[in-house]
Design a protein around this ligand. Sequence first.
Ligand SMILES: C[S@@+](CC[C@H](N)C(=O)[O-])C[C@H]1O[C@@H](n2cnc3c(N)ncnc32)[C@H](O)[C@@H]1O
Length: 214
Amino acid sequence: MAVTDKPITIVGCGPGGLAYLTDAARHAVDQAELLIGASRLLELFPDAKAERIAVGADIAAALNEMDSRIGKTPMVVLVTGDPGLHSLARPVVRHFGRALCRIIPAVSSVQAAFAAAGLDWMDARILSAHGALPDIDIQDFAPADKIAVLAGSPTALRWIAELAARIAPRRILVCEELTLPEERVTEVMADDLAGLEASPRTVVLLVRPGVLEG
Ligand SMILES: C[S@@+](CC[C@H](N)C(=O)[O-])C[C@H]1O[C@@H](n2cnc3c(N)ncnc32)[C@H](O)[C@@H]1O
């Protein structure tokens, strides 16, 4: 089966800014007969002619809907950022298998956060506190110079505040609305993090002091 014959294309849409939507993503959406994704992602493509299915928190319902269409309609699944990082791509690929899925990569919010902070991310550890909180071995993360956490909820911020306190000292950068006109990067203290009202689109960077100097 040629790559382009795969019935499901999973398209990374980047962190939200239209300038970060790739030509490959736009092309795949243009070819789609069925678009599946969060409402906010579907809205990125107002001119697409495809049928649209908005996906909420109920992933099983989305997979069921795809099950009923597989082999009949070429489908495009839209995800935020890059499909390889905490996205709908994982349940879709697990359910249908890699052979049926083509993946189009994109800029991740984590890449955008490190870029906004002026840092590379070669040695970074990445965690997701989006939805469920991560269950980590603190000893495993304590030595890391740079940790990025997908946040975006008060619960996530409280969890990150506790993590920061346990692996102190760390400088804390709250990166909101990345690539969007409202993008902001704010340095906060661990004590402030727990009560912060951050955007649902937030990545928190925990950086060892010294890494940000220079
Ligand atoms: C379901 S995860 C998707 C991650 C995505 N696959 C990626 O590569 O960025 C959603 C999380 O991504 C982060 N996120 C997505 N867009 C963002 C943005 N524009 N600015 C900051 N964080 C963002 C937030 O942490 C949010 O809770």
